[in-house]
Ligand binder design. Structure first.
Ligand code: SF4
Ligand code: SF4
Length: 385
């Protein structure tokens, strides 16, 4: 991949940001045949008829290349439900982006994957729900998914692409983590993303059904750390930590408006895929402005970029340029103000209460899932653990 500089014509007006995003998440559609109760898509999803057209997405890819974006994550919803995925991919390859397809695999065919490999697809990230097929079906509300995903993993390897397995971890699959790690090795993945559930959007609605106990979480950390040692040179681990039992927060989005940009199905350009819930953010779209102009100068990007916006205790904290105060959406959801310190931080006045919610809910019987459904407010399941 060639080294690129940010688009020189899009002058950065902010001293906080003079460089391009490293990665772009292109949420091609919110349509998806699965109904995961932890889905990070918004509760109110864009309708199909508002989705960017093929040519609009192709233009976004061209603009991303010119801006200096290096990695493109083709995501959703389920990106393969877009019949023009290959055409969008082609534009991305032409723009010299490293392309990663993030898929649940259930709607993918071997022929289609082969076509995408020929076009220049670089990487596949395949999500699984559990190694127990019945539990996987229950979590995703989709029959036969486990078998199909196993086949897709095989095709990815046969076609010579690097494979990442992604699993969202919660109380209803955490006890199978050892077996999930073994599964990733068995299918030939080079990377396993162990993503502890992040409690916003659908996961916040389903928090009591998903949240593990502190002991379960600590045990999962031990399992992951042991596997990292054991599988050195075979499997790389990416871990997204659980927040309620944390002491310090994660640098959410690697810092607001610093490394990542998200484009939604209707072309909204966001610093974080969950941030539309934050009041007072002016969200720009690629239908009205250029990607570069929005990245450098958009109000939503400027709002929490850098450290100037911070209140105490973040403002004077030595970690303020390490974790950037954590997650704005979680600060809003728990404290009512997105400017506050993420409650995952033990220095937040809300941290004790935040941890106590997890302690309580994780020890009660799980309620039924509220499944992710477009426009229905979600459907429920039978209880199951
Ligand atoms: S989390 Fe599940 S429901 Fe949401 S987009 Fe991914 S596969 Fe579909
Ligand atoms: S106070 Fe703020 S900057 Fe300091 S560790 Fe906590 S979240 Fe990070």
């Amino acid at each position: 991949m060639t080294e690129r500089r940010p688009l020189e014509t899009a002058e950065a007006q902010s001293p906080e940001c003079t460089r391009a995003p490293i990665g772009m998440l292109a949420e091609l559609t919110y349509r998806c045949p699965l109904q995961c109760p932890y889905c990070s898509n918004p509760l109110e999803m864009d309708r199909v008829n508002t989705e960017l057209s093929t040519t609009e997405w192709q233009d976004v890819m061209r603009q991303a290349g010119e801006l200096g974006v290096l990695q493109l994550h083709l995501s959703g919803g389920e990106p393969t439900v877009r019949h023009d995925l290959e055409e969008i991919l082609e534009a991305a390859v032409k723009a010299d982006l490293y392309t990663n397809l993030i898929t649940s695999g259930v709607t993918l065919t071997r022929e289609r994957l082969e076509r995408m490999v020929k076009i220049g697809l670089d990487h596949v990230q395949l999500s699984i729900h559990d190694v127990d097929p019945a539990n996987a079906e229950h979590i995703s509300a989709y029959k036969g998914g486990a078998e199909k995903k196993h086949a897709v993993a095989g095709w990815v390897k046969e076609l010579g692409l690097p494979l990442t397995i992604n699993v969202v971890v919660h109380r209803q699959n955490i006890e199978n983590l050892d077996a999930i790690i073994a599964y990733a090795v068995e299918v030939g993945a080079g990377r396993l993303e162990v993503a502890h559930t992040q409690y916003y959007a659908w996961a916040l609605k389903n928090r009591a059904a998903l949240i593990p106990t502190r002991e379960q979480f600590y045990r999962s950390v031990e399992i992951t750390n042991a596997a990292k040692e054991r599988l050195k040179g075979i499997l790389v681990f990416d871990v997204v930590a659980h927040d309620h039992y944390a002491v310090r927060p994660k640098p959410c989005m690697r810092g607001w408006g610093r490394s990542l940009v998200d484009v939604t199905p209707s072309g909204k350009v966001l610093p974080c895929h969950a941030c539309e819930m934050i009041p007072g953010l002016e969200i720009d779209t690629v239908r009205e402005k250029s990607l570069a102009d929005i990245w450098f100068n958009g109000q939503a990007f400027q709002k929490f970029r850098g450290t100037e916006w911070m209140k105490e205790p973040c403002r004077s904290c030595e970690r303020r340029e390490i974790d950037w105060g954590g997650c704005r959406c979680q600060a809003l959801a728990v404290t009512g103000d997105a400017m506050n310190t993420d409650p995952a931080c033990a220095l937040s006045p809300w941290h004790k209460e935040f941890a106590a919610i997890a302690e309580k809910e994780s020890r009660e019987p799980p309620p039924p899932y509220i499944y992710r459904r477009m426009g229905s407010g979600g459907g429920t399941s039978d209880r199951r653990e």
